[in-house]
Every structure is written in C-alpha cells, then in structure tokens.
Design a protein around this ligand. Structure first.
Ligand code: FES
Length: 61
C-alpha cells in the first residue's frame, strides 16, 4: 500500500524509516531520497510516527 503516491513511498518504507529514527515526515522523505510534492501524505505520515511513539511508550511501561 502506498502512503505517498507522488514519490511511491509504501507503508513498509515509512515503518522502516521510523524504526531508523525518523521523527518527522521530512525525515521520511529524506530517507527515500525525495521531498514532499503535493504533501497530501504528510498527515498520514505524522499519524504513523505518532502511533509508533505511542507503541514504544506502551512497551516501555
Ligand atoms: S502523496 Fe506524498 S507528496 Fe504527494
């Protein structure tokens, strides 16, 4: 499933980038060697980052 249609970034690419330390959508684009185009995917990327941080926080408790 594509998260970013403009750059062909898949959900698994986003997850890998987050695991590698991406904290912002900008970091995810950088990990893929591209930049935001239309930016429609930025909200979804933020949600994925937030969900991941929440999951880490829950695991740490
Ligand atoms: S869908 Fe990601 S920049 Fe357009």
């Amino acid at each position: 499933m594509y998260v970013c249609n403009c750059n062909g970034i898949r959900a698994r690419d986003v997850h890998f980038a987050i695991e590698a330390g991406a904290k912002r959508p900008k970091d995810i684009f950088a990990s893929q060697g591209c930049k935001a185009q239309c930016a429609k995917c930025v909200c979804e990327m933020r949600e994925m980052i937030h969900e991941s941080e929440h999951a880490y926080a829950m695991a740490a408790e």
